[in-house]
Design a protein around this ligand. Structure first.
Ligand code: 5AD
Ligand code: SF4
Ligand code: FES
Length: 359
């Protein structure tokens, strides 16, 4: 039955829902198709982004997140500029090609100027060779522009869910946590010229299969360049934890995330899709599974080890006690097993973005 859908040029929302509901047997067919598309359009290659989680200070209170402002159990850190630059040097010297600077959300002048300076310093220490992705939440268009002009060229901002009503259930209802504002941020990023990435969580309380199908359509309509989707993993010290009993099992969430990745790969053949760390928190080879069926980006953690146990957005986060070189050796072996080759020292820009510039 899904054979017919998979042979189509374009999917309707009903098609996507059927694919998301596909049985174990049918799912194999879906994954074969998405793997074939990845191979045809992108080759079996994986690009790296060394991830530096440089601060867990956050002004927001997302109900699902372990480092939300009101979680007083978190010990807050802010890695020094020197340590960040050391980590960047590590990424450069080990041929990662790109890095991601990620943090909780902070909106002020000192913060924007600091990031601007760091971006410039990273560009200069790497002879302009390291690609820089930022993931520092919602900011004014001026700030996004300031960072772009400093040399950042990709930005990740997950919409979390394309359903505005669901978004309201996952966040406090105030000006600070406004779905429309988040959407405007994505539009600003695109207008400025960033390769723009978004994403959602899979298996959230109150989320339906229709919501997930709409998330995929949202990404297609937004014409995004990159996507990071991961399973929702409950964190004990968060307000959303109280709804844990109604959730799908972790395995089901993982499986559904894989289906989402496969369908997105078929819908958007040339975008970059991340095999997220949250997949690995559920299944030791969760990221490898994602790479096999369509993801092409891996974000090994290169945060200095002493801070890693403090950036816990969800429980069971992997690589807390591994240092950067452990992770490097580990992923090398893992990607080989997944039948993919890591392209060291390359930016691995979204082909989708490059193709849209050419047009
Ligand atoms: N489970 C899974 N992902 C989470 N994130 C935040 N909290 C959780 C959680 N409990 C994701 C959000 C955010 C990204 C940085 O991490 O999607 O955008
Ligand atoms: Fe802050 Fe991001 Fe966590 Fe929301 S998801 S509380 S913005 S770190
Ligand atoms: Fe960190 Fe495997 S990627 S130990």
């Amino acid at each position: 039955m899904i054979t017919e859908i998979l042979s189509k040029e374009n999917f309707t929302i009903e098609d996507i829902i059927k694919l998301l509901n596909s049985s174990k047997d049918e799912q194999t067919e879906l994954f074969e198709k998405s793997a074939e598309i990845k191979k045809k359009y992108l080759g079996n290659y994986v690009y790296l982004r060394g991830l530096i989680e440089f601060s867990n200070v956050c002004i927001k209170n997302c109900y699902y997140c372990g480092i939300r402002k009101d979680n007083s159990k978190v010990s807050r850190y802010n890695i020094s500029d020197n340590e960040i630059l050391e980590a960047a040097k590590y990424a450069y010297e080990n041929n990662y090609g790109s890095l991601v600077l990620q943090s909780g959300e902070v909106q002020n002048r000192v913060f924007s100027d600091r990031i601007e300076k760091l971006v410039k310093q990273i560009k200069s220490l790497s002879d302009n060779k390291l690609g820089i992705t930022l993931s520092c939440g919602e900011q004014s268009k001026e700030t996004y522009l300031q960072w772009f002009n400093a040399g950042a060229h990709r930005y990740l901002l997950r919409i979390e869910t394309a359903n505005k009503e669901l978004y309201k259930k996952l966040h406090p209802i105030d000006d600070f946590h406004d779905w429309d504002k988040r959407l405007d941020c994505l539009k600003d990023l695109k207008e400025i010229g960033y390769q723009t990435g978004t994403g959602i969580m899979v298996g959230l309380p109150f989320q339906t299969i229709d919501d997930l199908a709409n998330d995929l359509i949202f990404m297609k309509n937004m014409d995004i360049d990159m996507c990071g989707m991961g399973p929702y993993i409950e964190h004990f010290d968060t307000p959303l934890y109280q709804f844990s009993k109604d959730l799908m099992t972790l395995k089901q969430r993982l499986n559904l995330t894989l289906k989402m990745i496969a369908i997105l790969r078929i819908l958007m053949k040339d975008i970059n899709i991340v095999a997220t760390t949250a997949l690995q928190a559920i299944d030791k080879i969760g990221r490898e599974k994602a790479i096999r069926i369509g993801a092409n980006i891996l974000m090994p953690n290169i945060t200095p080890i002493s801070f890693r146990d403090k950036y816990l957005l969800y429980e069971n986060k992997p690589c807390i006690n591994e240092n950067s070189s452990d992770c490097k050796n580990c992923i090398d072996a893992r990607m080989k097993i997944a039948g993919n080759t890591i392209e060291y020292g390359k930016w691995g820009d979204s082909l989708h973005f490059q193709n849209s510039i050419k047009m």
